[in-house]
Design a binder for this molecule. Structure first.
Ligand code: NAD
Length: 398
């Protein structure tokens, strides 16, 4: 058993802390917000919707598991250091590495000979071997691959299923050298069912980007086929179900949000000639314009519209890169009066986001149902002709 510090205790990092603690290691979760650390140290789970997380947190906090904002102190006390902080893109779609640099700086100031450093954040190819390695070596004066071990092991979980994913999906590990790969793989094997060792840091980085891009491009394809289905009066969902087999995996159509799938394609678009990936990204972003066209067939401005679903996906209380907010702006620009509803958000929360809350389905002349909320099937079915049913909720059997 060893000691581990995890930098970033959000939707990905917190479940990771708990899973590692469950396997018997001592874990320090490092955040930025002291109030959040205090709450976590009391066992209060900020992501109650994450399956199994509350139980694991309560079980280990104060024993195997502690939380702090002292990143240097955590690094000094531990032997394995995992970075799982987000890399965002700015308004020009360029990545911002501030979070990783800050975590690296803290780790480097406590780094010791024989320690392991692992980056789990999805990053552009070359980030671990250049930016992270340079930052760690510059401050610690230690050499990666010789004095300490460095690897990339991308987080592949899906919010809501973060804990079970460690048993379901193999963990990818690519080190700066063979010894780093082996040492880090050995550590992950203590809580992951299966490890896939890959030949380099860059391979591990590219695997994760490729997964995200695969999803984005396939959703764009599904969106295109979906539009054909609608204009040909064919049920896309019936097509998808019947067509899918081991050689064909048609995705669900829809808008794409969250800080993963819409972000990763830019790590390639920025640096390579990738017309297909670029086009897919644009098409998925433009789906909101298609939903507006659908809405205009139901009712014209200035009528009252209800947008259902503010988070980027059902079950995840997160508005990062959600398409709902740009959709609302576009609808308002067209002259519609827009109200919003999302079962994950209270009236107060939506109002504080400067949105107009309403759950009065009868008052809306059109309802854009963006996320999969099967509980809304019953109350919305009688308004079926007014609903732009992006996820085909109303036609599904209860
Ligand atoms: N959430 C997912 O579904 C998911 C899935 C796969 C991979 N990931 C990867 O995990 C990364 C993090 O995602 P998340 O969902 O946990 O994000 P999140 O926004 O929920 O949490 C990130 C946390 O890291 C903190 N942070 C930022 N910089 C820090 C630093 N230098 N030191 C300590 N804490 C710092 C933030 O304050 C925040 O609390 C993503 O960018 C992605 O690469 C996430």
């Amino acid at each position: 058993m060893t000691t581990v510090s995890v930098y970033g205790v959000g939707k990905a990092g917190l479940p990771l802390c708990c899973v590692i603690a469950e396997s018997g290691h001592k874990v320090i979760g490092v955040g930025r917000n002291s109030e959040k650390s205090i709450q976590l140290n009391k066992g209060i789970n900020p992501i109650p919707e994450e399956t199994g997380l509350s139980d694991l947190l309560r079980k280990h906090v104060g024993k195997q598991l502690k939380f702090t904002i002292d990143g240097v102190g955590a690094s000094k006390k531990t032997k394995v250091h995992i970075i799982i902080v987000p890399v965002f893109i700015d308004a020009t779609n360029k990545p911002d590495f501030t979070n990783i640099k800050e975590a690296a700086n803290n780790i480097a100031r406590g780094l010791k000979k024989g320690d392991l450093v692992v980056l789990e954040t999805t990053v552009p190819i070359g980030t671990t071997g250049k930016l992270l390695k340079t930052e760690l070596e510059k401050i610690s004066k230690l050499r990666a691959g010789r004095d300490f071990y460095l690897a990339m092991s991308p987080e592949r979980m899906m919010t809501g299923y973060a804990i079970s994913r460690y048993q379901e999906l193999p963990k990818i590990v690519g080190g700066i050298n063979m010894l780093s790969t082996k040492k880090v793989a050995q550590f992950y094997l203590t809580f992951c069912r299966q490890i896939i060792e890959v030949s380099s840091l860059e391979t591990a980085e590219f695997i994760k980007i490729s997964e995200g891009v695969y999803r984005d491009v396939n959703i764009a394809l599904a969106n295109e086929l979906y539009k054909i289905s609608l204009s040909s009066r064919i049920d896309y969902w019936e097509v998808q179900k019947a067509a899918n087999n081991p050689f064909c995996h048609l995705h669900e159509p829809g808008s794409v949000g969250g800080h993963c799938i819409p972000v990763y394609p830019w790590f390639l678009i920025n640096n390579f000639e990738v017309p297909l990936i670029k086009q897919a990204r644009q098409q998925n972003d433009d789906m909101i314009k298609f939903y507006i066209k659908q809405t205009e067939k139901i009712t014209k401005p200035p009528s009252r519209i209800l947008v259902v679903g503010i988070s980027f996906r059902e079950g995840v209380k997160e508005t990062a890169y959600t398409r709902s907010l740009p959709l609302i702006k576009l609808l308002e620009k067209r002259g519609y009066r827009v109200f919003v509803y999302d079962p994950l958000y209270s009236k107060e929360e939506l109002t504080s986001m400067k949105l107009k809350y309403s759950r009065e389905f009868n008052k809306a002349k059109a309802i854009i149902l963006l996320n999969k909320y099967p509980d809304l099937r019953a109350p919305l079915t009688k308004y079926r002709s007014r609903v732009v049913d992006v996820k085909n909720i109303l036609n599904q059997k209860p």
